[in-house]
Design a protein. Structure first.
Length: 133
């Protein structure tokens, strides 16, 4: 399957709105998985991630300034493979990306801390809820 994979962003409903919100294609570094709601078909499963834009300038405490916070929801249907481990109180991602494969889509969620995951599904949609932080 890997030889047939490619970044699927332009094929996912809602992805363009996500890029418009952040101003670029997000890699979800340090974003936090806040919920995983698994449902059997025909209902959709939903993974919710708190993400934001990290800027190059520093705040008063010396940390990189963040803005454009949002809850990004991945609506997933037709799950055929799944592996999750390490769920805890934080679940920070090192990155997150979606490949297009023969079976549909493969979502990669490697961890920085907490949950690490991967799943294969036939359909993925993305939506976002801007947050006032």
């Amino acid at each position: 399957m890997l030889e047939d994979s490619c970044m699927a962003a332009d094929q996912i409903e809602g992805w363009n709105a996500l890029e418009e919100w952040f101003g670029y294609t997000p890699n979800f570094h340090d974003a936090e998985i806040i919920s995983v709601d698994l449902r059997r078909d025909p209902a959709a499963s939903i993974i919710r991630v708190h993400a934001w834009r990290t800027n190059e300038d520093l705040d008063a405490n010396g940390y990189y300034r963040t803005d454009r916070h949002a809850i990004v929801s991945f609506e997933i249907s037709g799950i055929s493979e799944m592996h999750f481990e390490g769920w805890n109180h934080q679940n920070a991602l090192s990155a997150m990306w979606i490949d297009r494969i023969k079976a549909g889509y493969e979502i990669h969620m490697p961890t920085s801390y907490g949950m690490d995951g991967r799943l294969v599904a036939s359909a993925v949609k993305v939506s976002l809820e801007p947050q006032n932080v």
